[in-house]
Design a protein around this ligand. Structure first.
Ligand SMILES: [Fe+2]
Length: 534
């Protein structure tokens, strides 16, 4: 979600809450953090925690980054040029039964990040890992190997999160994700924000990025470093394996393909910035080296099978897109409200996923070897239209799939024609809880419902004004639940009959120990895309 306009966010600041409950729950959370920190022996070498991700049936990626404290912008860590890092993998959380170990080097070339792709482990079981370097030891992290494709699996619990502006709040949502003990964490973008919050408009920031807008490799690296000092984020990374993708703010607000949202930015210059940003993302995410594609491309769309229960398709909704619709010359290069008289909106020649990724996804939709087909990506698929009485039509926010309606029709046609097993869509970006039924043709009540969509607010980032969107919901009856006032995430439990999805909400993102509650719960039965609120 991006700049203010029709969906100005200023009002979103109103609604900070505190309660007796937050005090009570806060004590519990504090106790957890104390125990977590007692584990963290050597922050001065491992101040950014550890992470695991991108599992397969015999391993996963383990990650860490070395640093020195105090953390200062524009100042490199006081580390040797090259550091030997010892890694260990154990079958128990106390690291008593070590099953694999090794040494890997890291240096300033990779920003003192490192990753090890574990192999030869047993399928579908947790392992624990840690790192040692320069006489210091990291915290212990946990990862999960996947069940074999086709193996009978009874359940899968995923947390789905997005949008964690450092300045907008504390990361208690990440702590609650860790406490919920999901099998996997799907992160759908905006892990960092490249820009600072304008305090003239939003005076309620809780902490600062301390530097100006990131546009260089060092600038992006700094933001990942700063954010990764947060104990709640470290807890979520240590809890289990992540499947991360990006959205726009890992590079620049509302960029689209190779086009910056800033009209004065030339494509050739923006591509250099984008490449620096992608490199920093890669360095700081527990993803496989295969993400490094060819040439300029970082191939982050990828697929994970969870036995015979589910396939998880993680998509890239930014890198391959056409430019923003109806943005001739130097105007409208960012997300904006566009009337339906704009021919670009429905133009089938405009792409959202890019041809290669789209074909890759559509091939996956033919797969009948699983019970659930998850499509996890960064932008809202559901259409949200706002009436424009002056020309008897509607306006749409261009940065979501609403700006690429021709491409959305191809996706919904594929879902209708190919009829994959029980598709479920997870999305990010909008800083609001949205739960919707996706039709083959948006706003046509006679059109087939092809999938449910869950969008789980934001970890901290401010939401759009609640009343503005509530006022247009009667024009958008396929949106079954909406709340932009709460920060939060999604918790979904798949089994062989249904998926239960809880929209989790943080009471107050300005409270480091905020409690969490359930805003809404939905059941989707296997074989039916309809939402049932319970
Ligand atoms: Fe965001």
């Amino acid at each position: 979600m991006s700049k203010a306009s029709f969906f100005s966010r200023r009002q979103a600041l109103v609604g900070g809450m505190s309660s007796a409950a937050s005090v009570a729950f806060g004590k519990q959370a504090s106790a957890f953090r104390r125990s977590f920190y007692s584990f963290q022996k050597d922050q001065t070498v491992f101040p950014f925690g550890v992470a695991s991700g991108d599992p397969d049936t015999e391993g996963f990626v383990i990650w860490t980054r070395l640093g020195t404290l105090p953390l200062l912008p524009d100042q490199p860590p006081a580390l040797p040029d090259i550091v030997d890092v010892h890694w260990q993998v154990s079958t128990d959380s106390q690291m008593q039964r070590i099953v694999q170990s090794g040494i890997i080097q890291t240096s300033a070339v990779s920003g003192y990040t490192l990753r090890v792709v574990l192999q030869g482990l047993q399928a579908y079981r947790p392992y624990w890992y840690r790192f040692t370097a320069l006489g210091a030891q990291s915290i212990v992290g946990r990862g999960l190997t996947l069940p074999h494709q086709g193996a009978a699996v009874s359940s899968l619990k995923v947390a789905v999160a997005s949008c964690a502006h450092w300045e907008a709040g504390y990361y208690s949502a990440y702590q609650h994700i860790a406490d919920d003990r999901p099998d996997l964490i799907l992160f759908l973008g905006d892990y960092i924000y490249e820009h600072n919050i304008n305090t003239a408009h939003y005076p309620g920031i809780v902490r600062s990025y301390q530097t100006s807008t990131a546009s260089t490799l060092d600038g992006y690296r700094w933001r990942y470093a700063l954010q990764k000092t947060d104990p709640s984020l470290q807890a979520a990374h240590a809890a289990t394996s992540w499947l991360p993708i990006w959205d726009d703010h890992e590079v620049e607000d509302d960029y689209s393909g190779v086009w910056s949202s800033h009209p004065e930015e030339q494509v050739r210059n923006f591509v250099l910035r984008q490449r620096a940003a992608y490199q920093a993302w890669y360095e700081n995410m527990p993803v496989r080296p295969s993400v490094l594609g060819y040439g300029r491309e970082y191939k982050i769309y990828r697929r994970f099978y969870f036995g015979d229960l589910a396939v998880l398709n993680m998509l890239d909704g930014r890198q391959y897109r056409a430019r923003q619709p109806c943005a001739p010359g130097t105007v409208g290069r960012d997300g904006h409200m566009e009337r339906d008289t704009c021919r670009d909106l429905a133009d089938p020649n405009r792409t959202f996923l890019g041809q290669m990724q789209e074909q890759w996804l559509f091939e996956a939709l033919k797969d009948r070897s699983v019970l659930w087909t998850v499509i996890a990506q960064d932008l809202m698929v559901a259409s949200l239209r706002a009436p424009t009485p002056e020309h008897n039509g509607y306006r749409y926010w261009t940065d979501t799939w609403d700006g690429f309606q021709g491409a959305r029709n191809r996706l919904t046609d594929a879902l209708a024609y190919l009829s994959p097993p029980s598709p479920v869509i997870f999305s990010g970006d909008y800083h609001s809880h949205f739960v919707s039924e996706i039709r083959r043709r948006a706003h046509n009540v006679k059109s087939q419902i092809v999938a449910p969509e869950f969008l789980g607010s934001s970890i901290t980032s401010f939401g759009p004004p609640y009343k503005n969107i509530v006022s247009v919901l009667p024009e958008n009856p396929d949106i079954k639940f909406f709340d932009s006032r709460k920060r939060g995430y999604i918790l979904s439990e798949f089994n062989r009959k249904y998926v239960k999805t809880v929209m989790r909400s943080i009471v107050d993102a300005t409270n480091q120990n905020s409690p969490c509650s359930n805003s809404a719960t939905f059941i989707v039965e296997r074989g039916s895309p309809r939402l049932v609120q319970v």
